[in-house]
Design a protein around this ligand. Structure first.
Ligand SMILES: C[S@@+](CC[C@H](N)C(=O)[O-])C[C@H]1O[C@@H](n2cnc3c(N)ncnc32)[C@H](O)[C@@H]1O
Length: 484
């Protein structure tokens, strides 16, 4: 069944992946084996002459129930509609609506039902008086029910788009078109104001904004009964979104002050959940992504891992170990009992490439099969010609990559991956060797004293499975276009 899907005009790259993730979650692609191969895509069409950035799309979904579930849960979908007619002018619209089968229309026009018609526009402003005139002009539709503006049984939408000229500096994304349809489902407009960061009790400089946190949770297909882990939990904003959608949550951070103390008894990660009446995390750990605390052999525990790793654009990653410890000059030490409560272990810079390697290894091991890993990855925008190369792992298939431009130099890309093969002993051994190699490379970078490049830039091809991951003088960290 084809539906009209109208998006909010923002985060354009994130729109279709969100709908496709939700479609998968709500059973649109039900296959016999229940597995995912990253190739689950919906069929999309654009209205005539509309640009791919247009907020108006047609999408093929298996049923109205699936369409409603997606629309009600989505962050970037404004509404999904059963289209009764469209046209380039009101005459064409009337013909189209009259041609639409009565058996599709009449159940929604009955005298026992209530309804509302809303006039909406994109690319033009329609005055209140014009809106009323537009509604009156629909008199040929045999509405028999009572109007109820607050809580009608059926919501109808008349939507007009216009190309709004080209003199505002942006190319037009839509052409003149008029759509009339019945709303099948629509966005929960209270969600984002309720969770906006400015009213959050405990905030940090890198807290994830509510809209993005909900989008990430949707990419991860979070739902009740799922266990979601954030290995860089910070103030917990991603887990708050996951808990809102019914997941059990668990987080970790290298900074004990963040996970244990916050800013006091009523201003910490826990209070961020209590603020919204959400179940608190089942656990918050002080753990280093470079030295995961899991006992050997433990695997396939989490349904999704969602995170914003510390890439150094705002707050660089750190890993455990002081300079001397990492150089091997001193061995591991035991913290004396009287210093245990307040001891903050020394840390060293943690490069992007090592951090991502560790994250993929952790996710490959700890995610259930078909579990999703959703995380941000920074890219340099300088080199438009270079094709993006994102981290790869034999256990994962890339589902989507959605770019958000942060500045003239940087973008961040939200990567969604699905675990499509099990974590074998061979993969585990390969990861162990790479881990050791990183330890050595880290030493070199520390000696170079170039912490900035160690944080921002990887060496050569560390994610190419068969490649030689050794970092020599020639492959010393440097900016490498979109490889970052
Ligand atoms: C970008 S912030 C994440 C913020 C979080 N999403 C929020 O909403 O507050 C990255 C977090 O990673 C933590 N971190 C840095 N290095 C780490 C490591 N090696 N292991 C675990 N956490 C680390 C930092 O303390 C910081 O809280």
């Amino acid at each position: 069944m084809w539906f009209l899907c109208v998006f909010y005009h923002r985060l354009l790259d994130y729109r279709k992946p969100e709908v496709e993730s939700l479609a998968l979650m709500f059973g649109a692609f039900d296959s016999d084996d229940g597995g995912q191969d990253g190739g689950e895509h919906l069929e999309w069409r654009l209205p005539e002459h509309h640009h791919p950035d247009s907020p108006f799309h047609f999408v093929d979904l298996p049923s109205e129930d699936v369409a409603r579930d997606i629309a009600n849960r989505s962050i970037l979908v404004k509404g999904i509609y059963e289209l009764w007619g469209e046209g380039n002018n009101y005459e064409e619209l009337e013909d189209a609506i009259k041609d639409y089968p009565d058996e599709r229309k009449l159940p929604y026009l009955s005298p026992e039902s209530t309804f509302r018609i809303t006039v909406d526009s994109f690319g033009k402003v329609i005055s209140f008086q014009e809106q009323n005139e537009r509604i009156q002009s629909l008199a040929y539709i045999p509405f028999k029910g009572q109007v109820n503006l607050r809580n009608p049984d059926h919501k109808f939408w008349l939507m007009e788009t216009d190309d709004y000229g080209t003199n505002n500096g942006l190319p037009p994304v839509v052409q003149k078109r008029i759509f009339f349809g019945r709303e099948v489902g629509g966005a929960d407009r209270k969600l984002l104001p309720t969770y906006q960061l400015k009213s959050r009790t405990y905030l940090g400089p890198t807290a994830m904004d509510a809209e993005m946190a909900f989008l990430m949770a949707n990419q991860a297909m979070v739902k009740p009964g799922k266990l979601v882990y954030d290995p860089f939990v910070g103030t917990g904003s991603i887990l708050v979104a996951a808990a809102h959608f019914g997941a059990m949550t668990m987080g970790a951070d290298i900074d004990i002050r963040v996970v244990r103390d916050g800013r006091g008894p009523d201003c910490n990660v826990w209070s961020n959940f209590k603020q919204y009446g959400l179940p608190t995390p089942i656990g918050l750990l002080r753990a280093d992504n470079n030295l995961p605390p899991w006992r050997p052999g433990l695997k396939e525990v989490f349904d999704a891992i969602i995170c914003d790793p510390p890439y150094g654009v705002r707050a660089g990653g750190r890993k455990s170990g002081g300079r001397k410890l990492l150089k091997g000059v001193v061995g591991p030490y035991t913290v004396p009992d009287d210093k245990r409560t307040d001891h903050i272990p020394s840390t060293a810079a943690y490069s992007l490439v090592e951090c991502v390697h560790d994250l993929l290894d952790l996710a490959a091991k700890m995610l259930v099969l078909n579990g999703r890993l959703v995380f941000f990855y920074p890219v340099l925008r300088e080199d438009e010609s270079t094709e993006n190369h994102f981290p790869e792992h034999p256990c994962f298939v890339l589902v989507s990559a959605s770019e958000q431009i942060l500045s003239s130099r940087y973008s961040r890309v939200l990567l969604t991956m699905v675990k499509s093969s099990p974590y074998t002993e061979e993969i585990e051994e390969e990861a162990r060797l790479k881990h050791l190699e990183f330890k050595e490379n880290h030493l070199k970078w520390m000696e170079d004293g170039n912490l900035h490049s160690a944080v921002f830039s990887p060496g050569e091809s560390v994610f190419v499975a068969e490649g030689d991951p050794k970092v020599s003088k020639e492959t010393k960290p440097k900016y490498r276009g979109k490889y970052v």
